[in-house]
Design a protein around this ligand. Structure first.
Ligand code: CP
Ligand code: NVA
Length: 319
């Protein structure tokens, strides 16, 4: 305490840092925290669904602000809140005054007065950053054009289950998109061996690689899918055309197909398959590959629930 501080006068006390913990991307969780969330998800999965009454988030609420469609993220977070004893309020693109031009900063401050956390699926990552800047409760990225950290948590749980840890080698074969960028960070945090194969001009970008380097190990990068999968235990892919890129569909599908980026039974071989879903069978993955007994995608989808529960409990209950 400084000499000028009077312990009896609240006006002279240092103001503690009240800023909430936001998760806009994987590196907002330090590696120990990330592992703790994944371990907690595994524990919660083993426990099964928790009865709503008396759950750890009893009386707590989550606002879910979604500009884009969602199956897994929406249902996993709503179910997570129910199983934790709390309540989720889903707000689609036509449900709030955002659609009539109310600024994000006003929405952030208003919602913060009602709920204990906000999860948001927005097109523009800068909008999410503004939401977090003005919110006084934790904000969780439910997918932007830049990042999908909630998916990366489920991905880590899935790899851990399949291999009994993170001593595994993963080949990303596809677009260097939001899912890829967050997975690059997650892999760096837990020491997964990762090779990222993308067609030229579709890489994850220097920022994602640099951030991985500051967390742990940077992935190897290549434009050759066959070289990437050689020696890999897992092949991970995602759609060639993400939400918001529909006007680039023809150009991107042609580029990825011509460069040999479809994950078919031959490229997959005896490796495990991961895909965040939704999948476009016949584009980035074949029906045979996704339906094969090497596919981890249904475990991966289920793990969205367990990791959503663990993350929200971590931020709200422990926050
Ligand atoms: N993987 C994922 O985020 O799926 P949804 O778009 O269905 O939420
Ligand atoms: N990259 C995809 C992921 C969907 C979960 C998209 O952004 O549409």
């Amino acid at each position: 305490m400084s000499e000028t501080e009077d312990p009896t006068d609240p006006g002279t006390q240092p103001i503690p840092d009240q800023s909430p913990k936001h998760v806009l991307d994987v590196d907002d969780l330090d590696p120990d925290e990330l592992l703790a969330v994944v371990e907690r998800a595994a524990y919660m999965k083993a426990q099964g669904g928790t009865a709503a009454s008396g759950g750890p988030l009893s009386g707590r609420s989550l606002a879910m602000l979604f500009e884009k469609p969602s199956t897994r993220t929406r249902v996993s977070f709503e179910t997570a809140m129910t199983q934790l004893g709390g309540h989720a309020v889903f707000l689609g693109p036509d449900d709030t005054q955002l659609g009539r031009g109310e600024p994000i900063r006003d929405t952030a401050r208003s919602l913060s007065g009602y709920v204990d956390a906000i999860t948001a699926r927005l097109y523009d990552h800068d909008d999410l950053a503004e939401l977090a800047e003005y919110a006084t409760v934790p904000v969780v990225n439910a997918l932007t054009d830049e990042a999908h950290p909630c998916q990366a948590l489920a991905d880590l749980q899935t790899v851990h289950e399949a291999f009994g840890g993170f001593d595994a080698s993963v080949a990303w074969v596809g677009d260097g998109n939001n899912v890829a960028r967050s997975f690059v960070q997650a892999a760096a945090a837990v020491g997964l061996d990762l090779t990222v194969a993308t067609p030229e001009g579709h890489g994850v970008g220097q920022d994602a690689l640099d951030r991985a380097g500051s967390i742990g190990t940077r992935p190897a990068v290549t434009h050759d899918p066959e070289a990437a999968v050689a020696g890999a235990d897992v092949v991970y892919t995602d759609v060639w055309v993400s939400m918001g890129e529909e006007d680039r569909r023809a150009e991107k599908v042609a580029a990825f197909r011509d460069a040999g980026f479809q994950v078919d039974a031959e490229l997959l071989g005896d490796r495990a398959l991961m895909h965040c879903l939704p999948a476009n069978r016949g584009e980035e993955v074949t029906d045979a590959a996704i339906e094969s007994d090497r596919s981890l995608v249904w475990d991966q989808a289920e793990n969205r629930l367990h990791t959503a529960k663990a993350l929200i409990a971590h931020l709200v209950e422990d926050g």
